[in-house]
Design a protein around this ligand. Structure first.
Ligand code: HAM
Length: 425
């Protein structure tokens, strides 16, 4: 019986694995150079962990299960709630500010589409304990630091920035009750992703009066920040939000990355917990979903039973990023699936036992070494060495009787005879 792979999952053959590692190694390198420490949590958590604060969209996409003890669990669709839980557990002993990063494998039962799967990897960077836009600026800088390190330019990607406080004020001022805000955020987040008639119909179900509904649509259509106060009306929250965005721009200019950024009032973010600056990274042109996104979530740790503490962060998946890098030819072509220091070949099959012995010895000195299971002609073995990407090929022939062997440099073709003892030192 042939069993197909599950919908929305990927098989990683060695070359796919080399690409995945190349992306993840880059995320890790950039996190470390920006001062973040790595953490991880379990792949499953209590179901209620993701029903509490992630929002309806994520709750509808959970892969849930009941364990043998009757506990309701879910595979993690994001790592932010786990991070909040872990930090709360040690909040008094962790030195502040806390700068953590992680690359979890996540699961969401989405409709599989270009750039959205049911299982994916997501880079997360988060800063906890800094109640200042400087932390938001650092998160955005780190995001851009990675994207530019792999060759993406302001012509390829844009970081679209807004502030949840603007939309929250706009909605509150037109009389939307607080408890309805979260379901509206989820709908507004889809504004550019669903057909206008579907959007209008769903909006009318939530906001039946046409005047406030029109104001919401006007807000979603604003393209410049200066128009916002006009639409939203005078409000101290709006002033604060505008000031935060102005300081954020100054900081990103100082950091030399503002040329990647634009203010975009209609950036909402689907997740329920954002409270301040929010942003998404989008590819220029084309119809790809967001490359990544994040923002400030100052209430989440408290919502999970911890202290009131400022928090901001970002998540970037490997799917849209992978498509974008491939489209722009930015994935190195020479990614190797094997990294051999030596391939050990025999000039005659009578030296095969020596091949096994020397390979094992080299491996035990820490060298990556391989050999052909069936000793064939030397030229076939050399070909295998080259296919496996070996840097050098050791040829064992009659010289081995006097403790010597031939080492061939696979890049230059140069050959020299060396003492076995020297090689093993
Ligand atoms: P999110 O917007 O749900 O945020 O996801 C962030 C990114 O993860 C997306 O922009 C996309 O790159 C990737 N992603 C999401 N769903 C899928 C999927 N089904 N397939 C492939 N990639 C996907 C969060 O998850 C927040 N927890 C991020 C965060 C961290 N905010 C603060 N700290």
């Amino acid at each position: 019986m042939k069993i197909p792979p599950v919908k929305g999952t990927r098989d990683f053959y060695p070359l796919d694995m080399a690409r995945r590692n190349w992306i993840i190694d880059g995320w890790k390198r950039v996190s470390l150079r920006n001062g973040f420490e790595e953490y991880d949590g379990p792949i499953f958590e209590y179901l209620k962990m993701f029903q509490l604060k992630s929002g309806d969209e994520i709750a509808e996409q959970l892969f849930s299960l009941t364990d043998r003890g009757g506990r309701e669990l879910a595979l993690r669709p994001e790592i932010t709630p786990t991070m909040a839980r872990m930090m709360n557990q040690q909040i008094n002993s962790l030195p502040k500010p806390i700068k953590w990063f992680s690359v979890p494998r996540l699961f969401r039962a989405e409709r599989p589409q270009r750039g959205r799967l049911r299982e994916f990897f997501q880079w997360n960077v988060d800063i906890i304990g800094v109640d200042d836009v400087l932390a938001d600026a650092e998160i955005i800088f780190t995001t851009i630091d990675y994207l530019s390190s792999v060759g993406l330019t302001p012509r390829d990607i844009r970081v679209k920035i807004s502030n949840r406080k603007l939309l929250a004020s706009a909605l509150t001022n037109i009389g939307i009750p607080e408890k309805q805000l979260y379901s509206l955020y989820a709908l507004l987040d889809k504004y550019n992703r669903i057909p206008p008639d579907v959007f209008e119909k769903t909006l009318a179900e939530q906001v039946p009066d046409s005047a406030p509904a029109k104001k919401i649509v006007d807000f979603m259509n604003t393209t410049t920040l200066s128009e916002v106060p006009e639409i939203v009306g005078k409000d101290p929250e709006v002033d604060t939000a505008m000031q935060e965005l102005a300081s954020l721009k100054d900081l990103l200019e100082q950091m030399g990355v503002w040329q990647f950024c634009d203010f975009y009032p209609s950036i909402v973010r689907g997740l329920a917990y954002y409270t301040g600056v929010v942003f998404e990274v989008h590819a220029v042109g084309g119809e790809l979903r967001a490359v990544g996104g994040g923002g400030r979530y100052d209430n989440l740790l408290q919502d999970f039973g911890g202290p009131s503490i400022a928090a901001t962060g970002m998540g970037m998946g490997d799917c849209v990023l992978g498509i974008l890098l491939e489209e722009r030819n930015l994935i190195p072509e020479d990614l190797s699936t094997q990294q051999l220091d030596y391939f050990i070949a025999s000039a005659d099959k009578k030296y095969f036992p020596k091949v096994i012995e020397i390979t094992a010895k080299l491996r035990r000195t820490g060298k990556a070494a391989n050999f052909a299971y069936k000793p064939t002609g030397l030229s076939k073995q050399l070909k295998q060495a080259s296919v496996q990407g070996a840097k050098k090929c050791i040829i064992i022939g009659s010289e081995i009787e006097s403790g010597k062997l031939v080492v061939k440099d696979m890049a230059t073709g140069e050959q020299k005879t060396t003492e076995l003892d020297n090689l093993l030192k």
